[in-house]
Ligand binder design. Structure first.
Ligand SMILES: [Zn+2]
Length: 142
């Protein structure tokens, strides 16, 4: 387990606008410290360089762990997970119009990331709806 200085942690959080770079859960209203993810895990050569670090909620971090790819549930194809430095979030994800709080993958990368990180876990969806109702997570409820 890596530890980062408070300065580095604050830089990573600021770059991410203080929300998970995968599911966009904001830190506001959360009691748990958001971990810093190595986008490319250290065990396969990832470094502590700023560009390899992502701000994640505990849920996404626990499910991504050392993963770098997942399966697109639509095609069964193995594809890379969403890469917070190379990919644009809105290219790969959108909030569901039918199911408030659910994230929809617009691409194979988005779908594999949602599935692999269990982003639509029922408790996480309920949390996102609650935060949106409190005005802490704009964009989820329309
Ligand atoms: Zn997350």
């Amino acid at each position: 387990m890596s530890t980062f200085s408070e300065v580095r942690r604050a830089e990573v959080a600021r770059r991410a606008s203080h929300r998970c770079e995968y599911c966009h859960l904001p830190t506001q209203g959360q009691v748990a410290t958001f971990p810093i993810d190595h986008i490319l895990p250290r065990r396969i050569g990832g470094t502590n360089e700023f560009e390899n670090l992502a701000f994640t909620c505990p849920h996404c971090n626990a499910h991504k762990w050392t993963g770098v790819e997942g399966i697109d549930p639509n095609t069964g194809e193995t594809v890379p997970y969403f890469h917070p430095r190379r990919d644009l979030w809105f290219d790969h994800f959108q909030w569901s119009l039918e199911q408030p709080g659910e994230l929809v993958g617009r691409t194979a990368v988005g779908r594999a990331t949602i599935t692999g990180l269990e982003i639509n876990d029922v408790e996480m969806v309920a949390l996102r709806v609650l935060l949106a109702e409190l005005g802490l997570s704009p964009g989820i409820l329309r």
